[in-house]
Design a protein around this ligand. Sequence first.
Ligand SMILES: [Zn+2]
Length: 191
Amino acid sequence: MKTCTKCKTEQPFKSFYKKAAAQDGLTSHCKSCAAVYHAEYNKDNREARAAYQAKYHKDNREARAAYKAERRSDPANHLRCKTHSAFNGGLRKATKHNNGVKPVINPKEKELMLDFLAAARTLSADTGIEFEVDHIIPLSKGGAHSLSNMQIITRVDNIAKANKLNFHDYTQRPSYPRPEDIVACEVSAAA
Ligand SMILES: [Zn+2]
């Protein structure tokens, strides 16, 4: 038996947490006192944190709004934001359909995937037709979030395809650019 220094009641040893540094190897407060302490600590901390965040947001509202507006007004940034959010959206979806395991995508492939996503947007802007990047094998059907599983198709076709696996194979739609075409363009442009 041991007496808790907080509530002063005598309790069996199992009512105390282990603490290697203590002489008897147990904490001085009993488990129920520790629970009360932690609940209050968390509550106080949560409130302090929330108050700090609220104040920070309030103090920085204008600066933040100006910063966001500036970023939005830059077309290159706008494109970057859109392609990154599409990339990350695919990553989230792939993770969800992969039992919560996030797929590993190497930086080079990520870069090419971002270029491909950007190419679809550029193509839409140039043609006035809405193009989207589609996963050939849908992510929901276990398809990979990878360059080789991506194709650029029109929004209309993408909607028609939905998650159907039996939609026209991309090889039957030669009018659509494939990732390798985009990559080839980039390489030749750089050369
Ligand atoms: Zn106690």
